[in-house]
Design a protein around this ligand. Structure first.
Ligand code: UDX
Length: 430
């Protein structure tokens, strides 16, 4: 190890923790990865990776000798000065973030020697949490522990590239020296580093995710209006995006956003505002539009098929977006349960998420390929824009389906091509 390469600990080897640890190892650091889930740690030691993320297995293999997997918090703190917390902070029923896992870590910090440590928060925590934790640490007189907020902006499916080529690195700290040490870990990455205080760093994360979610709900409402007036939202979005102040990103209309971050972070920011006495009206609408958007497909199906009782609907895609096996808050879950509640039979195929789907979409017949899913169905709904679906076997599908209807929930298909193959096509706002 050179002077620039450090020993770094990661507590919580979920999605963010594993990607962060592997990428820090790729940057040359030695990484001690700790999780309380002994089974997961045993699997990782054997080289088994619990999540689907393109490029991650190869990167982990390349850097394996710089990574230790353990269930011992002591091992982390004995070996590492800088320790990241990457435990999950799921939403509670009120929309607040559940910080129990974060506080469990803070309360079980091993009796620290006189060595100094820096705790770096990667998990998304409500604004104000860092200040609270750093005062708590100072009160515990737990050796010398500094606290740094270093929010993560990586997206599932492109996590490694997002980590290695970020738009910015945000470092919030009380003590500039601690912030500088954390910033130095990213020395090999070419990106602007924004150093700020702790609450500002926490807010940058929430505000960024809430703004992107707002962009999606906005374009989804524009799509809904386009349907009424005969405009095409794809062209509208392109026309808007050419204005550099707006940009093209996150203007794809569809059946709503899902995943482990947007729904949770938008609800948490609304709640953070509410808890401090401010009613964040815009976010209330963003959430409501997203919920309604997931259900709009049901009306589209009814428009063509009448009652859905005893009809068979095939869902193409279950994951909340392509290139992930993640089903958390996926639009497919709400859609499937609405269809089942209306008396329909629901079949589904996903290139990756099927083995993880049985619990998430109970009552849905899970199929091994596109043709098995559409066989005997009255309509196919494209829910996730997997690359595999760009070239649907339309001819064979038409022969197998009861009724040639395709609802394109992601505006992913070429409408003309689908119509030319003899299908009725409906997108979102096209
Ligand atoms: C998001 C943020 O992008 C990332 O910075 C943060 O760290 C975690 O949350 P992720 O949840 O992995 O990342 O997925 P993302 O690609 O942002 O998509 C989120 C959801 O929005 C998906 O359901 C996607 O289908 C939907 N989406 C995205 C749209 O409906 N339209 C768009 O134009 C873009």
């Amino acid at each position: 190890m050179t002077r620039k390469e450090r020993r770094v600990g990661i507590i919580g080897i979920g999605y963010v923790g594993l990607v962060t640890g592997t990428c820090l190892a790729e940057l040359g650091h030695s990484v001690v990865c700790m999780d309380i889930d002994a089974e997961k740690i045993a699997a990782l030691r054997e080289g088994e990776i619990p999540i689907y993320e393109p490029g991650l297995p190869e990167l982990l293999k390349q850097n394996r000798e710089r990574m230790i997997f353990t269930t011992s918090l002591e091992e982390v703190f004995d070996n590492c000065e800088i320790v990241f917390i990457a435990v999950d902070t799921p939403p509670t029923f009120t929309g607040d973030a559940d910080l129990s896992r974060v506080f469990q870590v803070i309360s079980s910090l091993p009796g620290l020697s006189s060595d100094s440590h820096i705790l770096v928060m990667k998990s998304t925590v409500p604004v104000g949490t860092g200040t609270k934790i750093s005062s708590e640490l100072a009160r515990q007189e737990a050796g010398s522990i500094d606290y740094v907020s270093n929010p993560e902006f990586l997206r599932e499916g492109t996590a490694i590239d997002d980590f290695m080529n970020p738009d910015r690195i945000v470092i919030g700290s009380r003590n500039a020296g601690a912030g500088d040490k954390v910033a130095a870990l990213y020395g090999k990455i070419d990106a602007p580093i924004l150093k700020t205080n702790i609450p500002t760093a926490e807010m940058i994360k929430y505000a960024s995710n809430a703004f992107l979610a707002t962009k999606i709900s906005f374009i989804n409402e524009i799509a809904n209006v386009c349907e009424e007036i005969g405009a095409d939202v794809s062209v509208v979005a392109n026309g808007m995006g050419l204005d550099q102040r707006i940009g093209h990103h996150f203007l794809n209309a569809g059946i709503g956003f899902g995943g482990s971050c947007f729904p949770k972070d938008v609800a948490a920011l609304k709640q953070i505002a509410g808890n401090s006495g401010y009613h964040f009206q815009l976010l209330t609408a963003v959430i409501e539009v997203n919920e309604l958007q997931k259900r709009r497909v049901v009306n589209k199906l009814k428009k063509h098929l009448g009652s859905l009782t005893d009809k068979t609907i095939a869902l193409l895609g279950l994951a909340f977006k392509p290139d992930t096996n993640d089903l958390r808050e996926a639009s497919s879950i709400v859609l499937a349960s609405r269809l089942l509640a209306d008396g329909a039979y629901v079949k589904a195929y996903d290139p990756v998420a099927i083995p993880y789907a049985a619990k998430a979409v109970r009552g849905v017949l899970l199929c091994d390929d596109i043709l098995a899913a559409v066989e005997g169905s009255d309509a196919a709904v494209l829910v996730t824009e997997w690359a595999e679906f760009a070239e649907l076997p339309l001819e064979q599908m038409k022969k197998l389906m009861n009724h040639p209807l395709i609802i394109d929930g992601r505006n992913f298909l070429d409408p003309q091509q689908v119509r030319d193959a003899g299908f009725t096509y409906e997108g979102i706002g096209r």
